[in-house]
Write a protein that binds this ligand. Structure first.
Ligand code: ZN
Ligand code: ZN
Length: 278
């Protein structure tokens, strides 16, 4: 028996499920005080909105995201019901890379403009900056218009310009979601593989959320653009308390991360195959 859940629907909903699971994991790790970029007291006093408001704001944004994704997949669907074949793995890897570059380029300039244009900053982008001390599930806490312009349109462009199939997009958007949540997690955990592969990471983006730092570090979510940004991407900036180790791969933490990544991958695959093939 087949539930007949299409790749289109999975590409729409799996990244949202992944968002809440991955950010929930970081909520559980929030008590690791030695690894926090800011103290819990700072989180409680500096942030301008409550966690309940953030959850509601993110859910609203995800409703918009669902609507746009469904419209997009309907438009690109040829109506035959035939699932496009997956290209070779090397091609998929290339599409991933193109998608990452496209989404980064789009978000960099849109994000920077939202800081330059005082009207847009005051009425739209400042909502994201009301979290001076970011935490995982606040990653998509944006004005709905910003969510639409930066995240959703950026995602649509990366999908269209890379030529990836809806099936590939399930994994691409899940990956982009995990990276965005990771950048807002508020922790600098040794062994985080993202910190090894990306200069654009939780410490880098944390600087941008600070009052002193919001003229820097506009790049998101994958790479670092421009020497001015790159100079502040070394993960040092905001960790001005405690002794959270920056380098090294304590083997236990590495195991935890490998476990988490496999777990997330399994959730995506399991959801896909369970709904698609049973
Ligand atoms: Zn900003
Ligand atoms: Zn942010």
């Amino acid at each position: 028996m087949a539930f007949g859940v299409s790749d289109d629907l999975l590409g729409t909903f799996v990244p949202i499920v992944v968002y809440w699971i991955y950010s929930g994991m970081y909520v559980m790790l929030g008590g690791l005080n030695n690894y926090r970029l800011h103290t819990k007291a700072e989180e409680d006093t500096k942030n301008l909105v409550s966690k309940g408001t953030v959850v509601k704001g993110v859910l609203l944004q995800q409703v918009f995201q669902i609507a746009v994704c469904l419209i997009l997949f309907t438009l690109v669907n040829d109506g035959t019901g035939v699932v496009p074949p997956q290209p070779p793995l090397l091609v998929i890897a290339g599409q991933f890379l193109i998608g990452m570059v496209v989404i980064d380029t789009w978000q960099y300039f849109m994000h920077r403009y939202m800081h330059i244009n005082k009207f847009l900053y005051r009425h739209i982008h400042s909502k994201h900056h009301s979290l001076v001390v970011p935490y995982s599930f606040g990653a998509l806490y944006n004005h709905p218009l910003e969510g639409l312009l930066l995240d959703t349109v950026g995602g649509v462009l990366s999908f269209l310009l890379s030529g990836m199939t809806p099936r590939t997009s399930i994994f691409f958007f899940s990956f982009a979601t995990v990276k965005t949540v990771d950048d807002h997690c508020g922790l600098w955990l040794p062994g985080n593989l993202f910190h090894l592969f990306f200069n654009n990471n939780s410490a880098y983006h944390d600087i941008h959320h600070q009052l002193y730092g919001n003229k820097y570090n506009f790049s998101q979510p994958f790479f670092v653009a421009g020497p001015r940004d790159a100079a502040r991407s070394n993960g040092q900036g905001s960790r001005d308390f405690g002794g959270a180790p920056k380098t090294g791969l304590p083997i236990r933490t590495l195991y935890i991360y490998i476990y988490i990544y496999i777990y997330i991958y399994m959730i995506v695959c399991f959801t896909y195959y369970a709904l698609k093939c049973i």
